[in-house]
Ligand binder design. Structure first.
Ligand code: SF4
Ligand code: SF4
Length: 297
């Protein structure tokens, strides 16, 4: 059995990528499972998704603690102690990271001993789709890494994305982006460790109210401590030569990150701006631009 884990941020497409992989495996005659795990169900928050692929019926349930391969759709998660995307990775494992950095640099920075593959799929997505939505691209990469065929991937993309994308042209672009990423990765022989067919034991956790099980959610004023600035793909940058000080951006920011400086111009708190780009959309004179960044702060 292959156990695969995806790490991304809400809205990036990690969950759909795990579905694309599972469905492609199913079309190729395997048994497959795929499911997500959310913490805060909020755009930008870290999420995980899991896929199991097997030639035999899968009796194992629950999260995958020891994956054969990990797909990291947002490189800032490598620094996030809560997401911990490399945890439990097997010795023979493969890590894919969406980044402009090289595999050598990542191995060195994060002391990764297993094989690392990198590709800047956000850049490819922006170029081919016009948006940083990575599900089809990550699905293509995952299918390649686990050695599924191109035809199964195509059928899976059609099935999974036609349910959520109504615009034909955008669906076609997703298919093309997926194929592009599939071929951007060289075929790899993923090794499966022997003797791992035993299912993990089921752990029954007693019910506790959120007040007890997640006390930090209830801690007054904890949002600024979360520093959601590391959720960004784009950061808003103001052009005060154009800004008319209308304050539309200030009231539209969903995270109340924008304040006003001594000269009456708006500025954001980059520690907490999550890069939703609502201010960019809403500014009537287009005085705010979205600038891509990989490391927010
Ligand atoms: S991108 Fe703009 S609207 Fe969104 S959180 Fe940042 S400052 Fe607020
Ligand atoms: S919405 Fe645009 S013009 Fe208005 S204050 Fe914000 S940046 Fe300036």
């Amino acid at each position: 059995m292959l156990r695969l884990r995806f790490h991304g941020r809400g809205g990036q497409g990690a969950k759909i990528a795990s579905r694309i992989l599972g469905t492609a495996a199913f079309f190729e005659g395997y048994y497959a499972q795929d499911f997500p795990l959310y913490g805060a169900e909020r755009r930008g928050a870290p999420i995980s998704a899991f896929t199991r692929i097997s030639k035999e019926p899968i009796l194992e349930r629950g999260i995958i603690a020891e994956p054969d391969s990990v797909f990291v759709l947002d490189e800032t998660l490598l620094d996030d102690p809560h997401a911990h995307p490399l945890s439990g990775l097997k010795e023979h494992g493969i890590v894919f990271v969406n980044t402009a950095r090289s595999a050598v640099e990542l191995k060195d920075t994060y002391k990764i001993s297993v094989q690392v593959i990198t590709l800047d799929i956000t850049k490819i997505s922006l170029k081919m789709l016009g948006k940083p939505i990575l599900s089809a691209l990550a699905g293509g990469i995952a299918a390649r890494i686990v050695n599924l065929g191109e035809d199964s991937l195509k059928k899976s993309i059609e099935k999974e994305l036609s349910e959520i994308i109504t615009e034909k042209e955008f669906l076609l672009k997703n298919k093309e982006a997926s194929q592009y990423c599939f071929h951007a990765i060289k075929p790899i022989e993923i090794k499966i460790a022997k003797g791992i067919h035993k299912a993990n034991p089921v752990i029954t956790v007693p019910f506790e109210t959120a007040l007890i099980s997640s006390p930090t959610i209830y801690t007054t004023g904890n949002t600024p401590l979360r520093k959601t600035g590391n959720w960004r793909v784009f950061k808003p940058v103001w052009n005060y030569d154009i800004c008319t000080k209308c304050m539309v951006c200030v009231v539209r920011c969903p995270d109340a990150c924008i304040s006003v400086n001594e000269d009456g111009y708006p500025y954001t708190d980059y520690d907490n701006c999550k890069g939703c780009m609502i201010c960019v959309e809403e500014c009537p004179v287009k005085a705010i631009e979205g600038m891509r960044e990989a490391h927010a702060w």
